[in-house]
Write a protein that binds this ligand. Structure first.
Ligand code: ZN
Ligand code: ZN
Length: 92
């Protein structure tokens, strides 16, 4: 078999496995925790069950596991203070 065909076959297998991961993650009832338990303040949220990741800062107080800089009014943002843990968006 030519390398071209072998590679296409492997790519198909990778795609199937990625779809399988996406299925498992879509069904997961996520349990968010810090990506770096030794340094939670510089962590992003990662699910302890399925390893899904979020891109924001880990927030121990937020129901989504992620810092939220929107104002309680729902209009506008305050990047200096998460509405749950009050950490700035740019962590010191
Ligand atoms: Zn999960
Ligand atoms: Zn926060």
């Amino acid at each position: 078999m030519k390398a071209f065909e072998t590679i296409n076959q492997i790519r198909g297998e990778i795609r199937e496995k990625q779809e399988r991961i996406a299925e498992i993650q879509a069904r997961c009832v996520h349990v968010w925790g810090p990506s770096r338990p030794d340094c939670p303040s510089s962590s992003f949220p990662i699910c302890n069950e399925c390893s899904s990741e979020k891109h924001g800062w880990w927030c121990p107080q937020s129901p989504t596991g992620e810092c939220d800089y929107s104002l309680p009014s729902g209009r506008g943002f305050n990047p200096d203070s998460c509405r749950y843990c009050h950490q700035p968006e740019e962590r010191k």
